[in-house]
Design a protein around this ligand. Structure first.
Ligand SMILES: NC(=O)c1ccc[n+]([C@@H]2O[C@H](COP(=O)([O-])OP(=O)(O)OC[C@H]3O[C@@H](n4cnc5c(N)ncnc54)[C@H](O)[C@@H]3O)[C@@H](O)[C@H]2O)c1
Length: 348
């Protein structure tokens, strides 16, 4: 039996007042010991029958002993276990930081192993507690996602919020973009989102079976380019449009498992490394390629793009966080794609 098929049920069954705990491994406990049959056809019913109400410690024979912890600081994400893919930098890092400041335990899941380590340390320093944990994960590889989620579940017991944020961009004309670049973008932005949901959905389903009145969230960080086309950027826009098709379809399917699935579609985030990196960022690329007529500096490129936005500025992480907390708190909406674009994209 795999730990991801057991611990989320145990965690949800140990909830108190509809609050799910974080599970911590302990050397042993005298409170409750359960030996699960192998195979165990109904893990929820088996654990429920053996677990006295109010129990806070449990031994699962052959698996380990665990304590349920309810010590999360107050906040809009208090007590949530949140996985943020692409959490080493940019939007992902800033989203994870905000969630941690609002009381969540955050897992930064990124292909950049060194990056998640440094980023988690920064969040722990900023919050003054062990709020962040880094796992190396390639969202384009199902085995890597499953291994990462196994680490999350064995460390914390389950997942409440999955932010599918990892994304890549290779701009270029349809006339000459290489198949390699097309595959790279599609594999991370489209297929990667599908595979992440495939791997995390059973964890949510198990928690829901054990505690049916709680909603869990999948939030995909999409883009304004998932709502309107993007000139000479078709691979990216196509992957993001496809992501919205996945969000709508997953929302219909996973509602029965207590999961809301939504996308957020931000406008350009000029402060993040994707634009601002002095050597590889989009300001540099667009300046060097002459994409913006007459532009001589990064500031010229920025002004050109800001002029397309009714509110005349780029998107920031606080703008995105307002949409994230709205989606988490809203219990009567799913399958939506919410623009956060300063009016650049308006829905009919
Ligand atoms: N930057 C913008 O202007 C902007 C605007 C709208 C939407 N977005 C979207 O926001 C998300 C984050 O963008 P960002 O600007 O922060 O990007 P970024 O390039 O700064 O960060 C992306 C992160 O994803 C990680 N990553 C890349 N491939 C991965 C993989 N296969 N598996 C796991 N991690 C991987 C990178 O290591 C990096 O840490 C993306 O989905 C992007 O499409 C960005």
């Amino acid at each position: 039996m795999n730990i991801t098929t057991i611990l989320p049920a145990v965690r949800a069954l140990m909830a108190q007042d509809q609050r799910l705990p974080r599970l911590e491994r302990i050397p042993t406990t005298t409170q409750v010991a359960i030996t699960l049959p192998n195979p165990c056809t109904d893990i929820v019913a088996t654990v429920k029958a053996a677990l006295p109400p109010g129990a806070t410690e449990i031994t699962l024979t052959g698996i380990g002993s665990f304590r349920a912890i309810f010590d999360a600081p107050a906040g809009r994400a208090s007590g949530k276990i949140a996985v943020v893919t692409g959490g080493a930098q940019g939007f992902g890092f800033e989203i994870a930081t905000d969630l941690a400041k609002q009381g969540a335990t955050v897992v930064l899941a990124d292909i950049n192993a060194e990056g998640v380590k440094t980023a988690s340390e920064k969040i722990n320093a900023a919050t003054g507690r062990i709020a962040a944990f880094g796992v190396t994960m390639n969202v384009a590889d199902i085995d890597s996602i499953k291994a990462g989620l196994e680490q999350v579940v064995s460390t914390f017991g389950g997942v409440d919020l999955f932010v599918a944020n990892a994304g890549v961009l290779r701009a270029g004309s349809v006339k000459d973009l290489t198949v390699k670049d097309l595959d790279f973008v599609t594999n991370v932005n489209y297929k990667g989102y599908f595979l992440c949901v495939q791997a995390v959905a059973p964890i949510f389903a198990l928690q829901h079976q054990a505690l049916p009145d709680i909603w869990f969230d999948i939030i995909q960080i999409n883009s304004k380019s998932g709502l309107v086309g993007s000139n000479k950027n078709g691979a990216y826009a196509g992957s993001k449009f496809g992501g919205i098709g996945l969000t709508q379809s997953f929302a219909m399917e996973l509602v029965e498992d207590g999961v809301k699935v939504n996308s957020i579609c931000p406008g350009n985030f000029y402060d993040g490394p994707l634009w601002a990196d002095p050597e590889k960022g989009l300001f540099r690329q667009y300046l060097d390629s002459g994409k913006v007529p007459g532009a001589k500096t990064f500031e010229d490129v920025k002004r050109f793009y800001e002029s397309k936005v009714p509110m005349r500025r780029g998107c920031t992480t606080p703008d995105v966080m307002k949409a994230i907390y709205y989606l988490m708190e809203q219990t009567y909406e799913t399958g939506q794609a919410i623009p956060v674009t300063g009016g650049q994209v308006m829905l009919a």
